[in-house]
Design a protein around this ligand. Structure first.
Ligand SMILES: [Zn+2]
Length: 414
């Protein structure tokens, strides 16, 4: 078995790895780079058969529903099967009508079950559910020709599903020849996690902030970061607030298919449809009806702002301002800070300034700290560690033994 990283050997985002064995090929991830401009077609890697013209391309395995891992699927023929967690597929499909630019159509293919192997031509694939800021995220063991490659995907141990990491490390697959290891945090943060820096610590910080605010609490996060939504919901329960979502939020939570995840009909969850979502909501009457049991109006938020935490999106701004809901309000930014540094966030910052709403930043990374990356490497004992999804592959040698760096586009033996 041979492997080629098409993108990701020196960058975070745009991950794509091609595997080849007995003349057959399999792709892992087909992501869009984080920094892009213009037509996404220019970022499509040079892989034969993405247009469906070459049957030796057997399929694409997507590790998780983050755009930097699946965002180029729109350039893949519908005849090429795509593997994904079933909930991931539902989440992307549910999100699509709400996006400014429609998300790629997701081809049919394999639905993963954690720990259950399936064969794709000469490849045997075993997906493992992992803890990550995307819901339904997986690592993969891929076996072929007697060689075994482990693709870590994006993962962490400090989220709400951290037990998955500890379970995995207690009985890892053996005889791994190559570990393709993500290194998002290498060179960015210290070696270990700071106490309270994970998802549970974040929940505690939110409880404090919610409890210390007499007005409306707004939290801006990615609605698809389901772990984060759960942390916010739990903090609401502990501070006697109702979590208010919009129709997009309701659709995403429903798409998880998991009745342990907060849903629009739960007693401490309410639906508010912002003005800018009304027209879209009317086009989806079934969805709207399914989620309207706890629907509230702007005047209901205004009459009891201290009893509400809103999952904020920029389309809420004009409603909240004109509805007079911002007295004593608090705004919490709960995403990667890089997004805020980009120009488009300026509008939200100006709106906060204008309305004298203070901003707090409360975030936890979706990625493993270096000591967890080391734990994974030491339990898998691979013959070589190959850097991927990192801006600092040259630093892997400081933390792992048997590091073998491979450039984008280079073929190497697993
Ligand atoms: Zn990710």
């Amino acid at each position: 078995m041979q492997a080629c990283i098409h993108r990701g050997s020196h960058e975070i985002g745009g991950s794509c790895v091609e595997l080849r064995s007995s003349g057959q090929r399999l792709l892992i991830d087909l992501g869009l780079p984080l920094e892009t401009s213009g037509d996404s077609a220019r970022y499509v890697p040079a892989v034969r058969g993405l247009d469906g013209s070459d049957p030796s391309l057997l399929g694409v395995l997507i590790s998780h529903p983050h755009i930097d891992h699946y965002g180029l699927l729109g350039h893949l023929s519908s005849s090429v099967p795509v593997g994904m967690g079933a909930a991931s597929r539902r989440i992307i499909r549910a999100a699509s009508p709400f996006m400014r630019e429609e998300l790629p159509f997701i081809q049919e293919g394999w639905d993963y079950q954690s720990g259950v192997s399936f064969d794709v031509g000469p490849f045997r694939v075993t997906p493992f559910l992992v803890d990550h800021s995307a819901y339904d995220a997986y690592s993969f063991l891929v076996e072929s020709d007697g060689r075994r490659l482990f693709y870590s995907g994006d993962f962490r141990s400090t989220g709400r599903k951290g037990a998955l990491f500890r379970q995995f490390c207690s009985s890892p697959p053996s005889d791994i020849h190559a570990l393709l290891l993500e290194g998002t945090t290498i060179g960015r943060t210290g070696l270990g996690s700071k106490p309270g820096s994970g998802e549970y610590g974040l929940e505690r910080r939110l409880v404090k902030l919610f409890s210390g605010t007499s007005g409306l609490a707004m939290v801006h996060t990615s609605m698809q970061n389901i772990d984060r939504v759960v942390s916010i919901y739990k903090a609401c329960l502990k501070s006697s607030r109702t979590l208010v979502i919009d129709l997009y939020g309701a659709a995403i939570l429903e798409a998880t298919g998991n009745d342990h995840i907060p849903q629009s009909h739960w007693s401490q969850v309410a639906l508010y449809i912002p003005k800018y979502q009304l027209r879209l909501a009317e086009k989806m009457p079934d969805l709207l009806e399914r989620h309207s049991r706890n629907r509230i109006s702007l005047s209901m938020i205004r009459s009891n702002p201290g009893g509400v935490t809103l999952l904020f999106r920029p389309l809420h701004m004009s409603d909240l301002e004109s509805g007079g809901c911002l007295e004593q309000a608090l705004f919490i930014y709960s995403m990667w800070e890089g997004y805020r540094e980009r120009g488009e966030y300026r509008k939200v910052d100006l709106w906060l300034e204008k309305n004298a709403v203070p901003l707090s930043i409360v975030h936890a990374s979706g990625h493993a700290v270096t000591s967890d990356l080391q734990k994974l490497a030491s339990c898998l004992k691979p013959l070589k560690v190959v850097p991927i999804h990192s801006f600092t592959p040259e630093r892997y040698g400081e933390f792992f033994s048997s590091v073998e760096c491979h450039d984008d586009g280079e073929w190497w033996d697993v």
